[in-house]
Design a protein around this ligand. Structure first.
Ligand code: BES
Ligand code: ZN
Length: 636
């Protein structure tokens, strides 16, 4: 039976026009809940614990050592375990017996798939098979091409003296630094011993000790079970500054003071989140500020969120990313989407909780501003995403989870939860939130399980407010239902009015009260300008508001998208500087896209990219390349 399923996966991936039907895949009870992005036969074996012992070799750009998996057999006569790998060299496989003796295991490497990587098959002989649990050790080394690891030379760090390594495992990259069952449906605890050059510090998504002795050997434990995409490591010239009793920030020493200032509210955020969502289950909550090539705003690695340095605006205006990553300690890390197709259960929930935190810690007005900006991004996104993929929980059997869903999972998911909150009232909904996190703690959930849980605990418990069909519309239909709540913000309305008045010449630039505006209002102002402003007027605006010279990465992003769309050449030099200064995909990709789509500057965009790509993260490069190919193929 399992062979049939396995076969079906290969077919679905090698010929994307074919897909598994229920008949072809009898081993999968509900094909929607199957993880199409892992080779692992998790219905036969599940990993419970991982022990890593790795040496970090900056010269060879490789991690080398062993991963020892404690595995539980689920199906009695299953005789082969399948693990996920990508660009990993397996040197030996062995079973560690209870006596401590090692028994050589037989393994074979399967065919490589461009998105999923390479399955590793390990025979489980009868005597081992008879045990309910067994231990498998894999000796291996990673490749410099590992899609999860970025090996940065000293020149690309703040201090310019020491190299830096960091991982990014989500969505399916853990398999490129650890051979394992790489699916969010399996949770593991882990321990690790990491050897580094003695002057550097290693950190993991585990029990980092702010006072650790810097001696080149670091031991970690993560006692709470986590999905594989939350496995994380960073090594560099990293130091620590405390924020509160349970919170602090790690970064290169050059950025430490600025980071401690920018994220000073983290302890308050943690306490507020606990009061609102239930107990924080992970011990400490620290932040790690990475070099500029970190491809995301943040990544919710448990106990240690990874953050882009582009958040260091100097005025705490971009800290909603911290609220977001912290909120993942509940939505995502505690209650995890069963597959990437259910990603809205991670990201939509987290965006909703992020806004809730921003309301309490900062102000309703600020949360409204951010909510409206997110909504605007969602509307733009609907214009480019095909209708089938606009569902929160689409049918998904192939593709790459890295370029899947994004904005829709975040912002449509958020609007869905805001709609539920409004319908049942905040008090009732808050009780639901607490119970949901308690009932599914350290578990995984599919969209269909969520629907049933919601039905039982809210829809049926408080009849006459929302029916199941309405919820299904959110989950399975494109766009937004007519009854969605449309975000509003008084501050942003004012900014839009000012943009209209200035654009039409009714007021002077000195009459625009921008000094009192938040960066969010400034972004909305920029996005609300008339489309046919002359070069002179754009120059005037830029000079008065200092847009090209901004040190706020989000204002820069918004402005330079406009600069590229409008072909406002006087600002092209600063646009190029923006593209060199930041590596976060969100900050650079849309600027390249706007250049490439403006009818004149595709070649320029490609030239700049060709020069700068060396300092970007491989995932950022892949995403920009694929945008260029799409634009070249379709003209859009
Ligand atoms: N988990 C995501 C980052 C991610 C998503 C990595 C998909 C790999 C695949 C993280 O929590 C996130 O959402 N980051 C956002 C933050 C923003 C929405 C506040 C980002 O990086 O832009
Ligand atoms: Zn997120």
């Amino acid at each position: 039976m399992i062979r049939a399923t396995g076969f079906c996966i290969f077919v679905a991936f090698s010929l994307t026009s074919l897909s598994c039907t229920r008949e072809e895949a009898p081993a999968v009870a509900d094909p929607r809940s199957h993880d199409y992005f892992s080779f692992a036969n998790t219905d036969q074996f599940v990993t419970q614990h991982l022990n890593l012992e790795l040496t970090v070799d900056f010269e060879a750009e490789e991690l080398r050592g062993s991963a020892t998996l404690q595995i539980r057999r689920i199906e009695n006569d299953a005789s082969e375990i399948i693990l996920d790998t990508r660009d990993i060299t397996i040197e030996a496989t062995s079973f560690v017996q209870t006596s401590g003796e090692m028994l050589k295991a037989e393994h074979r490497i399967g065919e490589t798939h461009s998105i999923m990587g390479t399955p590793l098959f390990v025979k489980v002989p009868a005597d081992i098979r008879n045990e309910e649990k067994f231990t498998l050790r894999l000796d291996y080394r990673t490749s410099p091409k590992s899609t999860a690891l970025q090996w940065l030379p000293a020149e690309l760090t703040a201090g310019l003296e020491h190299p830096f390594l960091f991982s990014q495992s989500q969505a399916i990259h853990a398999r490129s630094w650890i051979p394992l069952q790489d699916t969010p449906a399996v949770r593991i605890t882990y321990t690790a011993k990491i050897h580094t050059p003695p002057e550097l510090l290693a950190l993991m998504s585990a029990d980092n000790d702010p006072g650790a002795e810097r001696d080149g050997t670091y031991e970690f434990e993560m006692p709470q079970p986590i999905p594989s995409y939350l496995l994380a490591i960073a090594v560099g010239n990293i130091y620590f500054a405390p924020i509160g009793d349970e919170t602090g920030v790690y970064s290169e020493p050059e950025l430490l003071e600025a980071s401690a200032f920018e994220f000073a509210d983290t302890q308050t955020m943690l306490e507020t989140a606990e009061a609102m969502f239930g107990p924080y289950q992970w011990g400490r909550y620290d932040l790690l500020i990475l070099p500029p090539s970190f491809p995301f705003g943040g990544m919710e690695n448990p106990r240690l969120s990874f953050l882009t340095p582009s958040l260091l605006a100097g005025d705490r205006s971009l800290v909603s990313v911290v609220a977001h990553e912290l909120a993942h300690s509940w939505s995502g890390n505690l209650v995890t989407n069963a597959t990437w197709r259910d990603g809205w259960l991670n990201e939509g929930w987290t965006s909703y909780l992020e806004h809730r935190l921003m309301q309490v810690i900062y102000s309703e007005a600020r949360a409204d501003e951010e909510n409206l900006l997110d909504y605007r991004e969602l509307l733009l996104n609907f214009e480019t995403v095909n209708p089938a993929m606009q569902a929160l929980a689409p049918t998904l059997e192939h593709g790459d989870p890295d370029d899947f869903q994004g904005i829709i999972h975040y912002h449509k998911g958020n609007l869905f939860l805001q709609y539920l909150e409004k319908a049942f009232g905040r008090d009732v909904f808050d009780v639901f939130i607490g119970e949901y996190f308690r009932d599914f703690a350290f578990g995984t959930i599919t969209s269909e399980q969520f629907l049933d849980y919601l039905d039982e605990n809210l829809l049926s418990a408080y009849p006459g407010k929302i029916n199941r069909e309405q919820v299904k519309q959110w989950l399975y239909a494109p766009g937004l239902p007519d009854y969605a709540l449309i975000p509003t913000s008084r501050n942003l309305d004012t900014a839009a009015e000012m943009a209209a008045l200035w654009s039409s010449g009714e007021i002077d630039i000195t009459d625009v009260p921008s000094a009192g505006w938040s960066p969010q209002a400034m972004r909305h102002f920029i996005n609300s300008l008339d489309s046919d402003l002359s070069t002179e007027r754009l120059n005037e605006l830029d000079a008065a508001l200092g847009l090209s010279a901004t040190s706020n990465a989000e204002i820069g992003r918004t402005w330079f998208i406009q600069v590229a769309q409008r072909q406002h050449r006087p600002a092209y030099e600063q646009l190029e500087q923006h593209l060199r200064r930041y590596g976060r995909t969100r900050l650079v990709r849309p600027v390249y896209v706007a250049l490439a789509q403006n009818g004149s500057d595709l070649e320029l965009a490609k030239e700049i990219f060709a020069e700068v790509r060396e300092v970007y993260h491989p995932l950022t490069n892949i995403s920009i390349e694929s945008a260029f190919s799409r634009i070249q193929e379709t003209g859009n």
